[in-house]
Design a protein around this ligand. Structure first.
Ligand SMILES: *Cc1c(COP(=O)(O)O)cnc(C)c1O
Length: 313
């Protein structure tokens, strides 16, 4: 028995009460995928489920994947690998982090968690990292680590999308609009695939760039979706005081913690759109909480250095 073997996973839908919603006469519910599992939270659980099963079925004993120093995907893969009995290797962007590894681990909760979960960390330069999908680099990794099941950066592939299709259940077809944060596009693709045609899926990219639509189209033929590109806050993992204060207030009022990289930006954007009259009266909105709360510790370290208020989670 392991965490991925149970068919029914309960993530509850939680209704949000707020004067801004009353004013616009729209309804907002948050699907608490962040509560699925303490260490393999939210969409990373969904994305790993079929990949780890496939790795085991094919007889692999190791999985290798890529990520930045604060990556939710790295933390989740390390924890999941430990639980299901697969060795994990994390190729991490930034060779400078390896210079004094003890210091790096003492200052970085994501990497120390991954390392404590048994993940072997391999630090590479930014330019090597950029070429991570090259044949040359992959064959070097094979020489170094032996054979492994390869999970792409962010964990997005066909099997990840299949797992994310399970986020939406038939009873969620009552909602008119489904919102979700977007990184590589795997999660929203799965969500789109399991919506019904009368529903609209709105994706909130956490980063700048126009490549995402093409990525999403690789995994879905449906067209009932749109990307809302106004709420990335100047880039991936970039935040400002207004966002931090919004997340802290939301936590205090709704008792729902949001992460600063993905779900905080989505809910901020959604409230802004609601206030500006984007949705017609009686629209029922379901926003997916994709987890990611492990990243709060790393963000607070950065906020402290920059004299910004901290996240109170
Ligand atoms: C990774 C992540 C996302 C992005 O998922 P993609 O499938 O890469 O688009 C969204 N929210 C959270 C909390 C995440 O950790």
């Amino acid at each position: 028995m392991n965490i991925f073997s149970s068919e029914v996973i309960h993530s509850e839908n939680q209704e949000v009460k707020h004067p801004i919603l009353d004013e616009a006469k729209v309804f907002l519910t948050i699907k608490r995928e962040d509560l699925i599992h303490k260490q393999v939270s939210g969409n990373k659980f969904r994305k790993l489920k079929y990949n780890l099963a496939e790795a085991k079925k094919c007889g692999f004993t190791k999985i290798l994947t890529f990520g930045g120093a604060y990556s939710n995907h790295i933390a989740a893969t390390a924890a999941a690998g430990k639980i299901v009995g697969l060795e994990t290797i994390g190729v991490i962007r930034g060779e400078e982090l390896a210079v004094d590894l003890q210091k790096t681990l003492s200052q970085n909760d994501t990497l120390s968690f991954a390392s404590d979960s048994g993940m072997q960390l391999e630090f590479v330069t930014r330019s090597t990292y950029r070429d991570k999908n090259s044949e040359d680099f992959l064959s070097r990794l094979k020489e170094q680590f032996g054979s492994f099941y390869l999970l792409p950066e962010g964990g997005t592939n066909e099997l990840a999308v299949k797992g994310c299709e399970e986020i939406i259940s038939v009873s969620d077809h009552d909602y008119d609009v489904i919102c979700c944060a977007v990184g590589t596009g795997g999660t929203i693709s799965g969500i789109i695939n399991s919506t019904s045609q009368h529903q609209t899926v709105l994706g909130f990219p956490a980063l700048k760039g126009d490549f995402l639509s093409v990525e999403i189209q690789k995994f879905t033929d449906k067209t009932n979706w749109e990307l809302i590109k106004d709420y990335h806050f100047e880039g991936y993992a970039k935040v400002n005081r207004e966002l931090i204060e919004f997340i802290n207030t939301f936590k205090k009022e709704q008792h729902i913690p949001l992460d600063p990289v993905y779900t905080g930006k989505m809910i901020f954007g959604l409230f802004d759109m609601i206030q500006k009259g984007f949705f017609t009266k009686n629209t029922r909105i379901l926003a997916i909480h994709t987890g990611g709360l492990q990243g709060v510790y790393g963000m607070n370290t950065r906020l402290m250095k920059n004299n910004l208020p901290l996240l109170t989670i």
